[in-house]
Design a protein around this ligand. Structure first.
Ligand code: AMP
Length: 466
């Protein structure tokens, strides 16, 4: 099936051809006609499925229909600017920037003025962009509300609302901000909600937001997991870096996004790799916008082979055809594993996810396998076989050097378990012993473990994006 049959205008089809897309992805095939018809939409689609084009292309067309020439106009000084007609809410500034870039990319043959509104950068340039008029605004919720408070934006004439990565926005604690934004929008509008998962919270949100929505579910949960070749490498806690260096030196890994649990861990690993002669950069919430953009640019251009990232920072990064994701440390929440490995195997291109797993992480690995509903194959690196007599230690979530709020030695981690590395056999055994009952992260939440990770991440991000 080609793009031609979706009902898109010729200037949009040209932009699609310019991008080298030969056929629509499943979410595009299903969602574009629905959005063009003006219906509300609830779409389950992860990053990497082509979801951005699935809403940006028809959104551009609908705005063009209403106002063929006016969307590109900028307001002359002293004149009332054209209203905001489409609002896209996104969880992070990276995603907001990427969506806005897509608006410019797909709109290149009939430009529509757009603005990206996100925290962590100056307010005035955004205010002046809004004053000139931006019919399309892509925003993170906190900073958008700051503009509302300062009366630098008027949302009363929005025709199309998109919530992108709605599940991440809820995870990051944006629900109240979202509801405040919704209250400012006209009741008569088209609303689109994109989410990787359909949790009950998402359904609640959708219920109050969407009117008679069409639903598109192209990516059953965790489908990214099926595209990606996944392997576990058991290794001692202290020898993970050696293992990573070996993977790079042996050519098994060339360009990779490497995940750590903490910002401090990301920095330290990037520095250590540099000393090992491997060009690496770190990207996380404490880096300035300029530093992040530079790190991402260096990585995309191949100037650095390893980009070390935390979960929050990596969300929404638009990196095409990434061959490898390395879990240097497993995430505390199993669903984050699925998000991480979704960074490779994008748009149908296969990729590999390698997890370096030490004895401390056996419970986390078990949770991930429960969520995936299958065991992951495991292989050791000769010479780096784990010492099976080493006992598990609790995982520290706070960076070394940062004083824990709850007193010295506060730990948020699974209880120490008796030693024993997950060998391939252990791994399969663990999965078999625990038939899928509940997704792992729900168990963790119930145990009060996940909130420690999520709330700290949410607080940091919430502040950073305002
Ligand atoms: P997204 O899910 O929107 O983050 O898109 C993931 C990646 O897929 C982006 O890098 C897009 O450029 C790319 N992409 C989007 N649509 C297509 C398509 N129809 N064919 C090939 N690649 C695509």
């Amino acid at each position: 099936m080609s793009f031609d049959s979706l009902g898109l205008a010729s200037h949009l089809l040209r932009a699609v051809v310019d991008e080298g897309y030969t056929e629509p992805t499943p979410v595009q095939r299903k969602a574009i006609p629905i959005v063009l018809a003006g219906r509300d939409l609830l779409a389950a689609a992860q990053t990497g499925t082509g979801k951005t084009a699935a809403f940006v292309l028809p959104m551009l067309q609908r705005l063009g229909e209403g106002d063929p020439a006016g969307t590109a106009r900028s307001a002359a000084p002293g004149r009332v600017p054209p209203p905001v007609r489409a609002l896209v809410l996104a969880p992070t500034r990276e995603l907001a920037l990427q969506v806005e870039e897509s608006v410019r990319t797909y709109g290149r043959h009939r430009p529509v003025r757009s603005a990206a509104i996100y925290g962590g950068v100056g307010f005035s340039p955004q205010a002046s962009a809004l004053r000139k008029g931006a019919p399309i605004v892509v925003a993170t919720p906190g900073r958008l509300l700051d503009h509302v408070a300062q009366r630098t934006i008027d949302l009363s004439r929005v025709e199309i609302l998109v919530l992108d990565e709605a599940d991440r926005m809820l995870d990051m604690g944006f629900i109240r901000d979202i509801r405040r934004v919704l209250a400012l929008l006209p009741a008569r509008r088209q609303s689109l909600l994109f989410s990787a998962t359909f949790s009950s919270d998402i359904r609640d949100l959708a219920e109050g937001l969407l009117v008679d929505p069409a639903t598109v579910d192209v990516a059953p949960r965790n489908s990214a997991a099926e595209l990606v070749d996944q392997v576990v490498i058991p290794v001692d806690r202290e020898r993970k870096r050696e293992a990573l260096v070996h993977l790079v030196a042996s050519g098994r890994v060339s360009q990779a996004l490497v995940f750590t649990r903490t910002k401090h861990g990301a920095n330290r690993l990037a520095e250590q790799l540099g000393r090992d002669g491997i060009a690496a950069a770190a990207i996380h919430g404490n880096k300035s916008q300029a530093q992040r953009v530079r790190a991402l640019g260096d990585f995309k251009a191949g100037r650095v082979g390893i980009l070390v990232a935390t979960d929050i920072a990596a969300r929404g990064l638009d990196i095409e055809a990434l061959p490898h994701v390395v879990n240097y440390e497993l995430p505390m929440v199993a669903s984050d594993y699925v998000h991480r490995i979704g960074r490779t195997g994008r748009a149908g291109v296969g990729g590999q996810a390698i997890s370096l797993v030490c004895v401390d992480e056996a419970d986390l690995l078990r949770d991930i396998q429960r969520l995936l509903q299958r065991p992951l194959p495991s292989t050791v690196i000769p010479g780096l076989e784990p010492d099976r007599s080493v006992r598990a230690e609790p995982i520290r979530l706070r960076s070394a050097g940062a004083a824990p709020r709850g007193g010295a030695g506060r730990r948020a981690a699974p209880a120490p378990r008796r030693g024993g590395m997950p060998s391939g056999r252990d791994v399969r055994g663990a999965a078999a012993r625990h038939p899928v009952a509940l997704p792992g992260e729900r168990l963790r939440r119930a145990a009060g473990i996940a909130p420690a990770v999520h709330s700290s991440a949410a607080t940091t991000k919430g502040r950073a994006t305002r």
